[in-house]
Design a protein. Structure first.
Length: 151
């Protein structure tokens, strides 16, 4: 399996408001790929999730992935909360509907069916990690793309 290092980030100008997601992918041979996109009426959490979804979606075959993200929401959701939500019919412990269920279901399907081995790693945002800083810059480019569509 190919080894891939991924950095993801989301950004939002207002919450909700125009948002963007950014992805930096690095393969073991040193090849890099950058992705970004955005939406006008969204939230920071949705953009954090979209970054991970888009990153995993571009991988053409099963890979060994080290995925860096600065979102505790996405990290805990995928590694701790997801199984319980599914068991409860996509309800929280408080019996409320899970927020962003459409994206959680997409992410769950991607993780379950793509064949990747994923090492989920939290990184402190805005703390000088070069990969995270680049993903953040790409997420902000995604916001700009979304705003340009409105103009």
């Amino acid at each position: 399996m190919n080894d891939v290092v991924i950095y993801t980030d989301g950004a939002c100008k207002g919450n909700p408001g125009p948002g963007g997601w950014g992805v930096l992918l690095r393969s073991a041979d040193g090849t890099e790929k950058e992705l970004c996109g955005g939406e006008l009426g969204t939230t920071n959490n949705r953009m954090e999730m979209m970054a991970v979804i888009e990153a995993l979606s571009v991988l053409k075959r099963p890979c060994t992935v080290v995925l860096h993200l600065d979102s505790q929401y996405v990290l805990k959701g995928i590694t701790e909360w997801l199984a319980g939500w599914k068991a409860k019919g996509w309800k929280t412990a408080a019996k409320q509907p899970v927020k962003n269920v459409d994206l959680w279901q997409r992410l769950d399907t991607l993780v379950a069916t793509a064949g990747h081995t994923i090492d989920w790693r939290w990184v402190k945002g805005h703390a000088g990690d070069p990969g995270n800083e680049r993903a953040d810059a790409l997420a902000n480019q995604g916001v700009d793309k979304a705003l340009a569509q409105r103009a």
